[in-house]
Design a protein around this ligand. Structure first.
Ligand code: VG1
Ligand code: CO
Length: 765
C-alpha cells in the first residue's frame, strides 16, 4: 500500500466532505454563505478541531481556488454540477448541457501560469490537459489510431525530460500545450473511516440516493473496499476505466475515484469525454481499446443507477466491471461487501488537482509509486468501430434511405443519445428529427430513464401506442434506451415487441441478417423470469440453451466459455458475446438488420415487411408466449418480505396450492412444480440460491415473484406472468386479456393487496 506519505490528517478531507454535505443540505440555489455552512457543520458534526472556523474558511478558499466551489456574492456553490464549469475566471461559460462525445471543444486554456515543460517535476498549474488537437479528430480510424491522435504520452518514465512528440493529425496549437505533459507531484493520504452497513451491491452494483452517496467517506469506502477485494495486479500498475451515464454527482465521483486510484497505485485511468460512457461502451472499451503505449484496461468503475431517476434527490450508482468487460461476479461483489463492513481507512491523493474531463488528452502526475496518468478520450469511437464490425451498415443505410422506412429513437435523456447521434444520424443517415431526448442530462429531464410503455411516454405516443392518435402517421420503427443505454425497447408502428420475444426473434434471424453471426450461434441464454420464447427457438434450431438468474453478470461465464452468442432478459435487456453487458444500441441495430434483410428486395417496390409482420410470422412458426410483468415499486420492505415468505410457505404442499388456485379460477391448469430458483453455473460450478419464487403449470404457464435488487428505497416486488399458446389461430389476442385468469390467480394467491395495500401495480409491461 502506498502509505509512506501519511502527512495529512483526515480532518482535511472531512472539511472537503462536510462543506459539500452542508451545501447540499442547505440546498439554496443561490449558494450558501460561510456562516450558514459553519452553522450547519457545527450542528451536524462532533469533535470539530480547535480553530474550526478558521479552518473552514481556509478550505472554502482552497476549494474555490481549485475549482470545486464557485463563489457568487459571498455565497458558495458547488462547481461542475448543474452546469458545466462555473469558473469565476478564464473562458466563457459553456452550454448548459453536457456535450456529446463527438464534440470537441476549443483548445483548453490552462488556468494560471503556463506549464513549464522542461521541468517535469515542477508543481505546475492544475488541470493541464496536454495535447488536444484542435477540431474534430479523425473519425474512427481504429482504436489505436484514435488513441494516437489524442495522446501525447508514450514512455512511462516518471522523471527526466518529457518525450518530445509531434501530435499526429493536429494543427499547430500552442507548442507548450501540444507537445508536453506536465508532471504534477502528489502525495498519498491515509484517511481513517468507519464502515457503513448498507453497501451491499444489488443486481447491478451499489445504488443509493445521491444524498447517501455524498455522505463523507461513503463513496470512498466502497471504492477502497473494491480495490481491497481485487487481486493486487488489478490495482497496482493497472489501467482502469472510470465513467458512466453522466447522472448528477458523476463528475464529483470521477474526481474522487481518480484521486483514490492514484493513491492505490493504479497506473492510469481512462475517462470518456465529460465522464460519459454508456455501460456497453465501457465493456467495449475494456475489451477493445488499446492505449497509445499499448496499455489495456483490466477493469472499470461504471457510474450509473441505470434506469433509476437522477438528480440531487434521486439515485446514484457504482459498479465494478472485470477484465472481460462484464459485471463483477457474485464472488467478488460478496467480497467487496465484506470489506465495506470492516473498512477502517482508505487512500487518496487529496492534492492531485481535478482533471479537466471535458478536454481530450493525457495528464500526467508523479506520485510516490511513480507516474500516474489520466486520459480523456472520445466516448463513442471504440463503440462505433465495434458496431461497424458486427453489422452490415451499408444494408441498414439502404433501409434508412428508403422512403418507405421511418425511424424514431428516444434516449430518455440518457447517455445513449450521444451514441444515437453518431450511429443513427452520422453513420446511417437517419434524420436528426428522428431523435428524441438525445441530449444527455444529469437528471434525465426529471423523468425515469426507463424504456417501457409507462416511462417512454413521448415515444409511445409518437408510435401510435398512446391513448390518443398521434398527429402524424407513426414511424415504422421506434426504440428507446435507459439512462446507461444498456436497455432497449423496440416498437413497430402501433406495435409493442416484448423483450422476451425480441431476443427470440433476434436469435431466430441472426445468422442470416447479421454478419457477426454468419457462421452460426454458439448457444443462447435467458434470465429465469424471461419468457420461454427463446427456449422454443433454441429447440427448433438445435442450439445450446441456458437459463440463468436475473442480472447480466450470470451470462459472462457462458460467453467467456464460448457457450452462448445471444442472450436476453425480459427487463428490456438484449445482447450478445460482442461485449459482456446488455447493449441497447446493439439491439436496435440487430432489429434494423433483420428489417433490412427481410426488405432487401422490396425497398423500391412492394410493401415493407414491418416489425409487426416479423413478430406475427415468428408466432406463427414458434407459437406465442403471452407475457406481462407487474411491478409494485417502493413497497414497504417488511411487507414485501412477508409476501415472499407467504409464497414460499405455500410451496410446501402442491395439492393445497392447487386447491387454492382452483378456488380462484377453475380454468387455469395445475401447478406441477413450485420452488425457489437456484442456479449452478456450468462453467465455474458456483451456486446462486433464492433467485425468485416460481410456480410452474402443467400447460407451460408460469408465475414468478422476485424482489428487485436495483431499487434504492423500500422494496419493489416484481410479478412475472407467462402463458404459451401454439394454436396459430389464437396468437393474436391482447396480452392483458389473454393473461387475465393467471393475473387473478397470482394476485389472490400472493395476497398482494393484503400485504402491500396496493390495488394496482406501479408499472405494467
Ligand atoms: C433489474 C432487472 C434485471 C436487470 C437489472 C439491471 O433488476 O430486472 O433484469 O439485469 O435491473 O439492469 P431487478 O433486480 O431490479 O429486478 V440495468 O439496465 O439497471 O443495469
Ligand atoms: Co441500464
Amino acid at each position: 500500500m502506498a502509505t509512506e506519505e501519511v502527512n495529512k490528517s483526515s480532518s482535511l478531507l472531512q472539511y472537503h466532505e462536510m462543506i459539500f454535505a452542508a451545501i447540499a443540505a442547505l440546498n439554496d440555489k443561490n449558494g450558501s454563505n460561510k456562516s450558514a455552512i459553519l452553522k450547519y457543520i457545527e450542528s451536524k458534526y462532533r469533535d470539530l478541531p480547535a480553530g474550526h472556523s478558521a479552518l473552514l474558511l481556509h478550505h472554502l478558499n482552497k476549494m474555490k481556488n481549485n475549482g470545486e466551489l464557485v463563489m457568487v456574492k459571498n455565497n458558495y456553490m458547488r462547481a461542475n454540477l448543474s452546469s458545466p464549469p462555473k469558473r469565476g475566471r478564464g473562458r466563457p461559460p459553456k452550454p448548459k448541457v453536457p456535450l456529446p462525445p463527438g464534440y470537441i471543444p476549443p483548445p483548453p486554456r490552462p488556468r494560471g501560469r503556463p506549464p513549464k515543460p522542461r521541468d517535469p517535476n515542477a508543481v505546475a498549474s492544475p488541470k493541464v490537459s496536454s495535447g488536444k488537437p484542435r477540431g474534430r479528430p479523425p473519425k474512427m480510424i481504429g482504436s489505436a489510431g484514435s488513441a494516437k491522435a489524442t495522446t501525447t504520452t508514450g514512455t512511462p518514465r516518471p522523471r527526466g525530460r518529457p518525450p518530445k512528440r509531434t501530435l499526429s493529425g493536429s494543427r499547430s496549437t500552442s507548442p507548450e500545450l501540444a507537445s508536453y505533459k506536465v508532471m504534477v507531484m502528489f502525495k498519498v493520504s491515509r484517511v481513517q473511516s468507519n464502515p457503513f452497513d448498507d453497501q451491499k451491491p444489488g443486481t447491478s452494483g451499489l445504488r443509493k440516493k445521491v444524498k447517501v452517496f455524498i455522505k463523507p467517506h461513503y463513496l470512498h469506502n466502497f471504492v477502497q473496499s473494491t480495490f481491497n477485494a481485487l487481486s493486487p495486479l488489478k490495482v497496482k500498475g493497472a489501467t482502469l476505466v472510470v465513467s458512466g451515464d453522466g447522472r448528477y454527482f458523476s463528475k464529483d465521483a470521477i474526481q474522487i475515484i481518480i484521486k483514490m486510484a492514484a493513491a492505490n497505485g493504479v497506473r492510469r485511468v481512462w475517462v470518456g469525454q465529460n465522464g460519459l460512457l454508456s455501460t456497453p461502451a465501457v465493456s467495449a472499451v475494456i475489451r477493445e481499446r488499446i492505449g497509445a503505449d499499448g496499455s489495456k484496461a483490466t477493469g472499470a468503475f461504471i457510474l450509473t443507477a441505470s434506469h433509476n431517476p437522477g438528480g440531487p434527490n434521486e439515485d446514484f450508482g457504482i459498479k465494478y466491471n472485470m477484465e472481460n468487460g462484464g459485471p463483477a461476479p457474485e464472488a467478488l461483489t460478496d467480497k467487496i461487501y465484506e470489506n465495506t463492513k470492516s473498512i477502517k481507512e482508505y487512500f487518496i491523493a487529496e492534492d492531485l488537482p481535478n482533471v479537466d474531463i471535458s478536454a481530450i488528452g493525457v495528464t500526467s502526475f508523479a506520485g510516490p509509486e511513480g507516474q500516474f496518468d489520466t486520459e480523456v478520450f472520445d466516448s463513442a469511437s471504440d463503440y462505433v468501430k465495434l458496431m461497424k464490425s458486427i453489422f452490415d451498415f451499408e444494408s441498414i443505410r439502404k433501409l434508412f434511405a428508403s422512403p418507405k422506412f421511418s425511424f424514431c429513437y428516444d434516449a430518455l435523456h440518457g447517455v445513449g443519445g450521444a451514441y444515437a447521434k453518431r450511429i443513427f444520424v452520422e453513420e446511417l443517415g437517419a434524420n436528426e428529427s428522428s431523435l428524441l431526448n438525445c441530449t444527455p442530462k444529469e437528471d434525465f429531464g426529471g423523468g425515469h430513464p426507463d424504456p417501457n410503455l409507462t416511462y417512454a411516454k413521448e415515444l409511445v405516443a409518437r408510435m401510435g401506442l398512446g391513448k390518443t392518435n398521434p398527429a402524424q402517421e407513426p414511424p415504422e420503427f421506434g426504440a428507446a434506451a435507459d439512462g446507461d443505454a444498456d436497455r432497449n425497447m423496440v416498437l413497430g408502428k402501433r406495435f409493442f415487441v416484448t423483450p422476451s420475444d425480441s431476443v427470440a426473434i433476434i436469435a431466430a434471424n441472426a445468422v442470416r441478417s447479421i454478419p457477426y453471426f454468419s457462421s452460426g450461434l454458439k448457444g443462447v441464454a435467458r434470465s429465469m423470469p424471461t419468457s420461454a420464447a427463446l427456449d422454443v427457438v433454441a429447440k427448433h434450431l438445435n442450439l445450446k440453451f441456458f437459463e440463468v438468474p436475473t442480472g447480466w453478470k450470470f451470462f459472462g461465464n457462458l460467453m467467456d466459455a464460448g457457450l452462448c452468442s445471444v442472450c436476453g432478459e425480459e427487463s428490456f435487456g438484449t445482447g450478445s458475446d460482442h461485449i459482456r453487458e446488455k447493449d441497447g444500441i446493439w439491439a436496435v441495430l440487430a432489429w434494423l438488420s433483420i428489417l433490412a434483410y427481410k426488405n432487401k428486395d422490396n425497398l423500391k417496390e412492394g410493401k415493407l415487411v414491418s416489425v409487426e409482420d416479423i413478430v406475427t410470422e415468428h408466432w406463427a412458426t414458434y407459437g406465442r408466449h403471452y407475457y406481462t410483468r407487474y411491478d409494485y415499486e417502493n413497497v414497504d420492505a417488511g411487507a414485501a418480505k412477508e409476501l415472499m415468505a407467504h409464497l414460499i410457505k405455500l410451496q410446501a404442499s402442491l395439492p393445497d396450492v392447487n386447491k387454492i388456485i382452483k378456488g380462484i379460477r377453475s380454468d387455469v391448469s395445475n401447478v406441477v412444480q413450485a420452488d425457489e430458483f437456484e442456479y449452478k453455473d456450468p462453467v465455474d460450478g458456483s451456486i446462486s440460491k433464492h433467485q425468485g419464487i416460481r410456480y410452474l403449470f402443467q400447460d407451460g404457464s408460469r408465475l414468478v415473484f422476485r424482489l428487485s435488487g436495483t431499487g434504492s428505497e423500500g422494496a419493489t416486488i416484481r410479478l412475472y406472468i407467462e402463458q404459451y399458446e401454439n394454436d396459430a389461430s389464437k396468437t393474436g389476442r391482447d396480452s392483458q386479456e389473454a393473461l387475465a385468469p393467471l393475473v387473478e390467480v397470482a394476485l389472490k394467491l400472493s395476497k398482494m393487496q393484503e400485504f402491500t395495500g396496493r390495488s394496482a401495480p406501479t408499472v405494467i409491461t
